[in-house]
Design a protein around this ligand. Sequence first.
Ligand code: A2P
Length: 278
Amino acid sequence: MTHTPLITLNDGIQIPQIGLGVWQLDDKQAYASSKAALLAGYRHIDTAVIYGNETGVGRAVAESELPRDEIFITTKLWNADHGFDQTLRAFDESLKRLGLQTLDLFLIHWPLPKKDAYLDSWKAMVRLRNEGRVRSIGVSNFHQQHLQRVIGETGVTPSVNQIEIHPDFVQSPLVEFSRQLGIATESWSPLGQGGELLHEPTLARIAARLGKSVVQVILRWHLQNGHIVIPRSTNAERIAQNIDVFDFVLDAEDLKQITHIAQTGRLGPDPDTFDLGA
Ligand code: A2P
């Protein structure tokens, strides 16, 4: 069984560098995948209100009978719940669905610049952390200007910014900006959603040389760039394969070549305009 390295966040809290992503899985699938992941040695699961599967994740965690402090659970504030009071209420509801007393990481899912409420949501998250109800707080899909604004207005730097990153959408300027502020970057859709990227020739060549799968090479690229990474799978063998990435390394040339494959861009929406559910 594999255990993943821990990354220490800017508040001193440690997060396992690989977690299971459960986006697009229904409650039953999220339950089964979470169970398989915990068995394979994962100690970190990343869900969100909008995924509709917090209950399934929570059930798998409870049934694992692992000590609570060995598992790291993230959920996210949905777009419809922005605002100070709404955030506090949404947090309570998420905890209840997860069946937890405290959460490890709570993220603002999207900034919704047009709604312009993320500052109030952030203030509520700071309060939740000060009350000890959540250990770490962060954001997702924030651009530089959104990060600057929450830090400037509240003096509290998010621990994490979870953003879309895969080798054909590397987001180097935002990653570097975050690094300078001490914000850890977490990659969503790290495998490019299992699409064309898995057939990219540079990745295929490196994988063949190392005797690893393309997915394992992609995951090493995230890890060696310092990203926290949350690959999703519904298949127990692939779930286990995705955490079995600690017996090889990519060299500097591999890393450079992967970072410079054709940048095909976002698969998901642009955070500046995305406002689903708001
Ligand atoms: P499956 O659930 O059938 O394993 P992302 O994390 O970037 O969103 O990518 C998720 C997609 O990648 C899913 O479609 C998943 O399919 C696929 N996937 C996950 N792990 C692997 C793997 N080890 N090999 C091939 N495809 C994978």
